[in-house]
Design a protein around this ligand. Structure first.
Ligand SMILES: NC(=O)c1ccc[n+]([C@@H]2O[C@H](COP(=O)([O-])OP(=O)(O)OC[C@H]3O[C@@H](n4cnc5c(N)ncnc54)[C@H](OP(=O)(O)O)[C@@H]3O)[C@@H](O)[C@H]2O)c1
Length: 429
């Protein structure tokens, strides 16, 4: 074997400690697969004196970025620390210094991925980011290698384990959202501050990366329509069941002529759709290519060990190509001219739940609103009136219509005198 390949690791937390553990305890196996000895040379952390569950030699640790980034013997930097800055700068500096980079950082890759990949191509180094989307599920390599012969038509995903766990518990145990979030936190499936997940930011970062590599265009998180799960109420799951749906936070992108659709929001998914069956913290990505047809990828979208599986897998693949002196994977070129369709122009079916006064003419007034907006009704459910306040609950589902028309219908219905509230609006997948 040739001289060892020196690796610098940034981050020794949930993911980093599993990466280091695998490298330190499984060295000979990894080296045999990589065709070169892999040597963990330095680990950058915030606090070198912190007590850690993993026993890493103290001399490996540093809190000085230059000890990694300016060390010419380090050929590969693995970034598993997270957040935008300073990690974007560290990755850029590593590339500029001629180092290959492996990262699990969805924020950096969603916001700056195309520029970093362009820079890497210029400097003739590679950036691997399998772990940035879907944890241990092989997604990026699937797009980058196995689906290269395809024109990707659409990608639909349940890509945030926290919200999937929360929605699952609301559906199965009738929990309210705050109770389900609390339970997810206790079970280790939600952060102390769950905003990134519950409000859909995390799924949006992941969809930006998936859409960018699926279509080879620059899709930014800000281009993506985003809605979190906080408007979903326990009663919606009862109606969903009655109508034959599950409720999921769906990340969806689809090719249109000259543009793409990209959106993240809670949606009613038919119970026989594979995404409806994704349970708990699991993730699933449903891809449609013109040659391959439909492909479903399912697995653990988070957690130290599954994510380390993706990071170390990238390292082995990268090490092989470095030692062969070739780039084993095709690089990306991103087309700037293709934009994202505004949500108002997207066609979708919808579910409305309304609280109305139980009197004559209400249904006709609601029907009139939908007619004015050119929205055709697919089903209509009215539950018995509540005697205490003489109101009734109406549930309406529609055929496909422009999202803008559905939103106008929602506003017009809210303004109708006998309508107390449009309590819920969900798109139907
Ligand atoms: N956890 C998962 O399930 C998962 C799944 C997929 C992707 N990811 C991604 O993987 C990355 C790491 O996640 P994680 O859960 O392992 O995070 P974590 O447990 O919070 O660990 C972060 C590590 O990075 C170090 N760090 C943070 N800021 C630093 C800085 N400015 N300079 C030097 N070191 C710094 C910390 O050092 P100290 O230890 O000294 O504080 C810590 O070791 C993130 O990008 C995340 O999105 C995580």
């Amino acid at each position: 074997m040739s001289r060892p390949l020196s690796v610098g690791l940034i981050g020794l937390g949930t993911v980093g400690s599993q990466v280091a553990e695998r490298m330190l305890s499984w060295g000979p196996q990894l080296s045999r697969r990589a065709g070169v000895e892999l040597c963990l040379k330095k680990v950058l952390v915030r606090d070198v004196n912190k007590r850690r569950p993993l026993n890493v030699a103290h001399e490996l640790l540093t809190d000085e970025p230059a000890e990694l980034l300016d060390d010419p013997s380090i050929e590969v930097v693995i970034e598993v620390a997270g957040g935008d800055e300073p990690m974007r700068s560290y990755i850029q500096l590593a590339i500029e210094a001629g180092k290959h980079v492996i990262t699990a950082n969805k924020v950096v890759m969603a916001r700056h991925g195309p520029e970093l990949l362009d820079l890497a191509a210029e400097r003739n180094v590679d950036v691997y980011f399998e772990a940035a989307v879907g944890g241990g599920i092989p997604l990026i390599s699937t797009f980058r290698v196995d689906l290269q012969a395809n024109r990707i038509e659409r990608v639909s995903a349940v890509i945030n384990g926290t919200t999937n766990y929360v929605l699952g518990r609301m559906a199965s145990a009738g929990l309210t959202m705050p109770d389900a979030v609390r339970e997810a936190q206790e079970a280790g499936y939600a952060e102390a501050d769950p905003t990134d997940d519950v409000a859909g930011f995390d799924a949006t970062y992941k969809l930006a990366i998936l859409a960018s590599i699926a279509y080879e265009i620059k899709v930014r998180p800000d281009d993506i329509y985003r809605e979190g799960i906080d408007g979903v109420e326990p009663v919606d799951f009862r109606y969903a069941r009655e109508l034959g749906y599950a409720i999921k936070l769906v990340a969806h992108t689809q090719r249109h002529t000259g543009r793409v659709e990209a959106r993240v929001h809670p949606a009613m998914v038919p119970v026989d759709h594979p995404l409806a069956r994704v349970e708990g913290p699991e993730n699933a990505v449903f891809v449609e290519g013109d040659l391959v047809g439909q492909v479903l990828l399912v697995g653990q979208g988070a957690g130290g060990r599954p994510t380390a599986s993706a990071v170390v897998g990238d390292l082995i693949d990268l090490a092989r190509s470095i030692r062969r002196g070739v780039q084993s994977r095709p690089s990306f070129s991103f087309d700037d001219r293709i934009g994202v369709v505004p949500i108002g122009e997207v066609k979708t079916r919808a579910y409305f739940r309304l609280r109305v006064e139980d009197r004559a003419g209400v249904v006709a007034a609601i029907g009139q609103v939908f007619a004015e907006e050119g929205v055709s009704i697919s089903s209509f459910i009215q539950k018995d009136a509540w005697s205490h306040d003489q109101t009734a609950e109406l549930v309406v589902t529609t055929h496909p219509a422009l999202d803008a028309s559905l939103q106008r219908a929602r506003e017009k219905m809210s303004a109708l005198e006998p309508v107390r509230a449009v309590s819920s609006f969900l798109r139907v997948f």
